[in-house]
Design a protein around this ligand. Structure first.
Ligand SMILES: Nc1nc2c(ncn2[C@@H]2O[C@H](COP(=O)(O)OP(=O)(O)OP(=O)(O)O)[C@@H](O)[C@H]2O)c(=O)[nH]1
Ligand SMILES: [Mg+2]
Length: 224
């Protein structure tokens, strides 16, 4: 519990045996529930997470969004925090991020990796891809967003009831932010965080994922 709020952390994982141990070790003790969504890993991610006390939920259909949709269905906390299993987000900074949510007038906070504090943490391809997608989102939805691809969000669970989340892929990251900012009773803001190099192998397919995210943004803009 943190300030009388039950806290759930949801972590989607595809072969993150290297990172997940470090992420779980760094999580603060006040976290009430940790859900690791195992997206068909062939390594020891699930065993390590379960051994460290996380609730492991299996989702065999691959996809970042798919993994999140399954994991979020099981979350029971008042406040949900998400992050990658690759140890790139600051798992020990949860109180700073939760305070930012509680102290604000919005229901959804996204942790922005920009401005980049450690230039080595993000490849140039990811940097350019993120900038282009963030720019496209900002222009299409008339709202400045610095980091449309951030995977660390802090939000009230009740916000989920108001959102229409359908994407199975990486575009889920933009979709949840757009849904939050468009809904008058949720509201969206970003706060900066420190970001580190990921542990383990890169899973992102920059060209394919970048392109499908861009197509998603246009479809979402046109389709409502
Ligand atoms: N790419 C990808 N990630 C998945 C999938 N299912 C679960 N994940 C997890 O979702 C999180 C985000 O994926 P990453 O590959 O780290 O994406 P990213 O953070 O944009 O890219 P990096 O900068 O390489 O970390 C990680 O914890 C993955 O293990 C999937 O189907 N594809
Ligand atoms: Mg990552």
């Amino acid at each position: 519990m943190y300030r009388d709020q039950k806290i759930t952390v949801v972590i989607p994982c595809l072969n993150e045996e290297e990172g997940i141990r470090m992420v779980l070790e760094r999580l603060p003790r006040f976290v009430d529930e940790v859900i690791v969504v195992d997206n068909g890993s062939t390594d020891d991610t699930a065993q390590i997470a379960a051994g460290m006390g996380a609730r492991v939920i299996r989702e065999d259909v691959r996809g970042y969004g798919r993994a999140y949709k399954t994991g979020l269905l099981h979350a029971q906390g008042d406040i949900i925090v998400t992050l990658d299993g690759d140890h790139s987000y600051p798992a020990d900074s949860l109180s700073y991020l939760i305070e930012a949510l509680i102290g604000s007038d919005v229901g959804f906070v996204s942790a922005s990796r920009f401005p980049v504090q450690n230039p080595k943490a993000m490849s140039w391809k990811s940097f350019i891809g993120n900038k282009c997608l963030s720019w496209a989102l900002s222009v299409l939805f008339l709202r400045r967003v610095r980091d449309s691809q951030s995977g660390m969000w802090i939000f009230y669970r009740e916000a989920l009831e108001k959102m229409n989340l359908v994407s199975d892929g990486m575009a889920f990251s933009e979709e949840i932010k757009i849904e939050a900012m468009r809904h008058a009773r949720i509201g969206f803001k970003e706060i900066p965080i420190n970001y580190s190099n990921r542990a383990g192998e890169v899973k992102l397919r920059p060209w394919r994922d970048g392109w499908s995210n861009l197509v998603f943004l246009f479809k979402k803009r046109l389709g409502g």
